[in-house]
Design a binder for this molecule. Structure first.
Ligand SMILES: [Zn+2]
Length: 264
């Protein structure tokens, strides 16, 4: 059920029965010469809408702009700084709780959002207003991702290419796949990311000239469909687990005996 398509009385019927909401979040940032800037938010929205539909839960509108300053050198990349992102997500999440939602899954497809979504989840749990978790699609199916692609690449690689070939094939520049591989960093094992133990890079452009990594020519729409189905299954299972859990059990455990000996 997509929140923005409903009327308010219909949403009243939903929260009378359920308290789960799914929030898709992505980015609008460069994804090399072959993929659109929408890549991450298209993936997040595709998975979130599908899983919410299959499992009968509420999906909110998508957050399209995320924490992407590390892609700023490439044309078109939009970003917000981490404090603004965290406060924005925390604010609309708290406001969802005002309507009766008390468990939220942030369906995420952008690495730069991860730690900030976890921090928002921690704050909401600390205040016992909601249990919110970050769910990164490819981390839900690591073995399958490894099995399907030889040279993966964390950004703009074959896994994201395959997902867009499946979800929005008209947006993939198929003629640019070989160029994406050959002018980027096809094998991250060849990358030189550290100086005397320190990670010596901040931006994507420090490691890859065209902004992407991995072997994009290994991607197909069929592989994308396999990833999409497997990740959707994981997300549906997570939503059902959350729904079945007691709210108290999702909150922080009490302190161990706070003042040992005082009760004697
Ligand atoms: Zn991406």
């Amino acid at each position: 059920m997509y929140l923005a398509d409903q009327t308010w009385p219909e949403l009243g019927d939903y929260v009378a029965e359920e308290s789960v909401a799914v929030v898709p979040l992505g980015s609008t940032e460069q994804h090399g010469p072959h993929l659109p800037l929408a890549t991450d938010h298209l993936i997040a929205e595709g998975l979130a809408r599908e899983a919410a539909e299959r499992a009968g839960y509420l999906c909110t509108p998508t957050v399209n702009v995320g924490v992407s300053p590390h892609h700023k050198q490439f044309h078109g990349t939009m970003w917000v700084d981490p404090p603004a992102f965290r406060d924005y997500v925390e604010s609309f999440s708290r406001n969802l709780t005002y309507h009766g939602v008390d468990r939220i899954v942030y369906v995420n497809a952008h690495g730069g959002n991860m730690e900030h979504l976890r921090e928002v989840g921690r704050r909401l749990r600390e205040d016992e207003v909601a249990f919110a978790v970050e769910w990164m699609w490819d981390e839900s199916i690591p073995d399958l991702v490894d099995e399907v692609f030889e040279r993966n690449g964390p950004h703009g690689g074959p896994k994201e290419t395959a997902m867009i070939q499946h979800l929005a094939p008209e947006l993939v520049r198929e003629k640019k796949l070989a160029e994406a591989r050959d002018t980027g960093l096809p094998d991250i094992a060849d990358g030189d990311f550290r100086v005397h133990g320190a990670r010596n890079f901040y931006d994507a452009i420090d490691n890859t000239e065209n902004g992407v990594l991995g072997d994009q020519t290994d991607a197909t729409a069929e592989k994308g469909e396999r990833l999409f189905e497997a990740a959707t299954d994981q997300l549906v299972a997570l939503l059902e687990w959350l729904d079945d859990s007691r709210f108290e059990d999702l909150m922080a455990k009490p302190h161990v005996d706070p003042q040992p000996g005082s009760r004697r």
